[in-house]
Design a protein around this ligand. Structure first.
Ligand SMILES: [Zn+2]
Ligand SMILES: [Zn+2]
Length: 450
């Protein structure tokens, strides 16, 4: 009996091996013989050879969650088990970022990107670097007066050095991952391309650096199969114009190299196009961004505005809302809906209600009953991923983390009085969680002796 089993499993292994070879050679032949495959029919997501043996959602998955971080930006992109965090809201949103990564058990981020140095984009990113190992930290500029940006860069340097040592200890010194890790911070600009699983990330901006932090925002177009998203940071009219001009100048050619670093994508997808199904509206819906010309080039079917409830800037601006309406763009707002998650199904984008399992008896079942874009989902959305997730039985206490120094305190510690508000993360939970993230207990107030 056991001999038969061994024989059967050996046969099964052989068949799997043959299948893998067949799939690999199919993929390889598509990459090398690109003229045999008309570019416009190429999709990264669904290789026919794979979709015959398993459902599309098992072989490839793509989702983007716009996190409700009040007046700020944060988006988590997940593809095939790889993850990229683009912005993290302000420092008071550190708990939100931590909770989302913890709930999704993301302890490895392929990329952490800061679109630009403003505090409402980078303040909450440091905790991500503490919680998850980040292979690549992407920025558009190296320097800024913004203190939260300096904290972010320092944290990135600290943790990438730590990670390099871990990589060397594990004999990974020659591998690609260790090469990536050793580059603490990467400054990227228009024309660069990289991969996130089977998704392709194109850097559209900044084309040229200016005096304005906002107009130095990383503008990222993420493409997976037929689906595309455009992330814009706080880019304004000047940067939009720069990008539009750079594409016009290259009309007929490509703004991008033939293939991404990890050559999982086909040269046929490098058309110089700005089009995106989902547009993260720039600068929280400011009147001075997202021009008519920009919208005509991007042609989004829906737009996401990330802004705070009753924010002091009056975002989103009425004039912007009119522009979106005139272009017939369906608009979703984090201040009204909470977290907004789009994921790719076999028939295109779906929008998924966030998980409400932690909220008591709310009117939402929170199952995987995603609705196709175009349906009215406003009523079914609301609330946010991870609310209440920091509740824990027993030893949950209040701590104040100095995100600048990485030291945590009891709330009544003297040093808390001297700490700038812009550095404080009010954490409630167990101190072991903080130590696990490499935060250090204060030597004066001894927060772990309770
Ligand atoms: Zn902003
Ligand atoms: Zn202390």
């Amino acid at each position: 009996m056991s001999r038969w089993k061994d024989g059967a499993s050996a046969l099964a292994s052989l068949m799997v091996l043959i299948l893998i070879i067949a799939v690999c050679s199919a993929i390889f032949s598509r990459i090398t013989d690109s003229e045999e495959v008309p570019p416009e029919t190429y999709t990264v997501a669904s290789e026919p050879a794979l979709s015959e043996t398993e459902p599309v959602e098992d072989s490839s998955s793509f989702r983007i969650t716009f996190l409700n971080v009040g007046q700020g930006d944060a988006a988590l992109v997940e593809c095939d088990g790889h993850a990229m965090l683009v912005d993290g809201g302000s420092v008071v949103q550190s708990g939100k970022i931590y909770t989302v990564l913890k709930e999704k058990n993301i302890r490895h981020l392929d990329y952490v990107a800061a679109t630009h140095p403003d505090a409402d984009h980078v303040g909450g990113l440091s905790v991500a670097l503490h919680y998850a190992r980040a292979d690549n930290v992407l920025v558009s500029v190296q320097e800024s007066e913004e203190q939260s940006f300096q904290t972010f860069l320092r944290t990135a340097e600290q943790f990438s050095r730590a990670n390099s040592r871990i990589a060397e200890d594990n004999d990974l010194a020659d591998s690609q991952s260790s090469k990536d890790i050793s580059k603490a911070i990467t400054v990227v600009s228009a024309g660069e391309v990289f991969s996130l699983g089977s998704a392709r990330v194109e850097v559209l901006g900044p084309v040229a650096l200016t005096d304005s932090d906002n107009d130095n925002s990383l503008v990222l177009r993420i493409v997976h199969g037929e689906c595309s998203v455009l992330l814009t940071g706080d880019c304004g009219f000047p940067e939009e114009d720069d990008i539009l001009k750079s594409f016009k100048a290259n009309l007929g050619g490509s703004n991008f190299p033939e293939t991404a670093e990890e050559d999982q994508v086909d040269a046929g997808t490098t058309d110089a196009i700005l089009q995106a199904d989902i547009l993260k509206v720039a600068h929280h819906g400011s009147a001075h961004a997202t021009s008519e010309e920009w919208l005509q080039a991007v042609k989004p079917s829906c737009a996401v505005i990330s802004c705070g409830k009753n924010n002091e800037y009056g975002h989103p601006a009425t004039s912007l809302m009119k522009r979106l309406e005139q272009m017939d763009v369906q608009t979703y707002r984090t201040d009204l809906l909470g977290d907004i998650c789009f994921w790719e199904s076999s028939h295109g984008w779906e929008i998924e209600p966030v998980d409400h399992k932690k909220e008591e008896g709310g009117g939402n079942s929170g199952g995987n009953t995603g609705e196709s874009i175009g349906g009215s989902i406003e009523e079914s959305l609301g609330g946010s991923i991870g609310e209440g997730a920091e509740e824990s039985a027993g030893r949950s206490e209040e701590y104040i983390v100095n995100t600048r120094t990485g030291i945590f305190h009891r709330p009544d510690c003297e040093s808390v009085g001297e700490m700038a508000d812009g550095n404080k993360w009010y954490f409630s939970g167990e101190y072991e969680e903080l130590k696990d993230m490499n935060y250090v207990p204060c030597g004066a107030c001894n927060p772990c002796d309770r």
